[in-house]
Design a protein around this ligand. Structure first.
Ligand code: CMX
Ligand code: CO
Length: 153
């Protein structure tokens, strides 16, 4: 059976200071910033570092996340755990169908309807308590995937 989840879209990493962490990833690993944005709804300022393109026409990234509000999911998680790996995101061509299928297996999604993620993508999450302790994000890339303009939006 082939999976409708066709790539690791990104790994989400919580950090206290986005600029300092971006510089660490550049100086240590040579990864450059591909895209930055602020997502008010999620309460984060973020940088996407592209690691590689993938066979489904998408790509894999590291997503560095700095909280912009004390009541954000990332701020709450960091208060408990400090900096580190916060979630893993799988890429799919159809986030609604994949989410419905997984919910049908008895696993809770966090949103009734998908929301906006990085670079115009649509996203949902699976509850970590139903997924062996891993917060899983499901990502459908924006039409045109990575081809668009990048920078601070
Ligand atoms: N990974 C694994 N387990 C996690 C977790 C994570 N990232 N976040 C919380 N948990 C666990 C907690 O450890 C806790 O477990 P215990 O009950 O055993 O202590 C349980 O889940 C409940 O955690 P909580 O601290 O009480 O937090 P909440 O239930 O209020 O929120 C969650 C947890 C997953 C619902 C919330 O973080 C959320 O809505 N996340 C989705 C949005 C998000 O993460 N946005 C930031 C990223 C945006 C992006 O990627 O674009
Ligand atoms: Co993410």
């Amino acid at each position: 059976m082939s999976s409708p989840l066709t790539r690791i879209d990104h790994i989400g990493i919580a950090c206290r200071d986005l600029d300092e962490t971006v510089e660490f990833y550049r100086a240590t690993y040579g990864f450059e910033v591909f895209h930055t944005e602020t997502n008010e709804e999620q309460g984060v300022r973020e940088a996407m570092l592209k690691i590689n393109d993938t066979g489904d026409g998408g790509a894999s990234y590291l997503q560095l996340l700095e909280p912009i509000r004390e009541d954000s999911a990332i701020a709450k998680w960091m208060a408990k755990n400090g900096e580190g790996v916060h979630h893993i995101a799988f890429g799919t061509a159809d986030v609604v169908t994949v989410t419905d299928d997984i919910v049908g297996k008895g696993i809770r999604s966090l949103y009734e309807q998908p929301r906006r993620g990085s670079m115009g993508s649509t996203i949902n999450f699976l509850h970590p308590k139903d997924a062996h302790g891993v917060l899983v994000e499901l990502v459908q890339a924006a039409e045109g995937g990575d081809g668009g303009e990048h920078g601070e939006h």
